[in-house]
Design a protein around this ligand. Structure first.
Ligand SMILES: [Zn+2]
Length: 219
């Protein structure tokens, strides 16, 4: 049996993937969704509660598991002592659910920093909150980084240059969507309420890599 929840009840800390609106709009969307939720329950009167795709969009197809073990790059990432990767995320690499392009971004950043990887595919919502749009996580094209050099992202002071440095480095390594706790002017960067505690790095095929508007935009 499915657990029936309005989108507003989902844990904000686990939701991300390219949404660019401010927190006030997130709140507005959530209220709207909650209102629809109530309406749907009332309409389902007669003793039964009904789930409608308008309030609980079908989960997108997640990247399939493939046999054969990790790719060569995947093996290198798993063995990289600079990368601390959660067990579910390690399994995603072993099962080839994560593409080499986003692994190469991670590999590039790990040359100069110790990164804690929270999620690739497993354990991440398949859609971009609060929309029904498929997240790059679902198809193995995104990663969430929870800490840098042993410091949780949420605890790093917002004026610490490490945040901008890493986000810009991810763009230079090929990420097309770069989310984090600080704003950066330019293509492909975003910040919002759910990206205060991690960095989201993703690659949308066909999209140009993120790029800062100008060096002067960087603090
Ligand atoms: Zn993410």
């Amino acid at each position: 049996m499915r657990v029936l929840r309005p989108p507003a009840s989902r844990a904000a800390g686990q939701l991300c993937g390219g949404f660019t609106a401010g927190p006030w709009e997130v709140d507005g969307q959530a209220k709207h969704a909650a209102a629809r939720f109530v309406e749907q329950v009332v309409r389902g009167a007669g003793g039964t509660w009904q789930v409608s795709s308008s309030i609980d969009p079908p989960r997108p197809q997640l990247a399939p598991r493939r046999k054969g073990g990790p790719t060569a790059l995947g093996r290198a990432v798993l063995d990289n002592p600079q990368l601390r990767i959660s067990e579910p995320a390690r399994a995603d690499v072993t099962d080839r659910r994560v593409g080499d392009p986003i692994l190469s971004v991670l590999d590039a950043l790990a040359r100069t920093h110790i990164l804690q990887v929270q999620a690739f595919v497993s354990g991440h919502p398949g859609t971009v909150y609060p929309t029904a749009r498929v997240s790059n996580h679902a198809v193995g094209r995104a990663v969430d980084v929870r800490s840098v050099d042993g410091r949780p992202v949420i605890e790093i002071p917002r004026d610490d240059p490490i945040l901008v440095e890493l986000m810009v480095a991810a763009a230079a390594a090929g990420a097309t969507e770069v989310g984090g706790p600080v704003p950066i002017a330019g293509r492909g960067f975003f910040t919002d309420g759910v990206h205060q505690d991690h960095l989201h790095l993703g690659i949308t095929p066909g999209a140009a890599p993120a790029i800062p508007a100008a060096p002067s935009a960087l603090r």
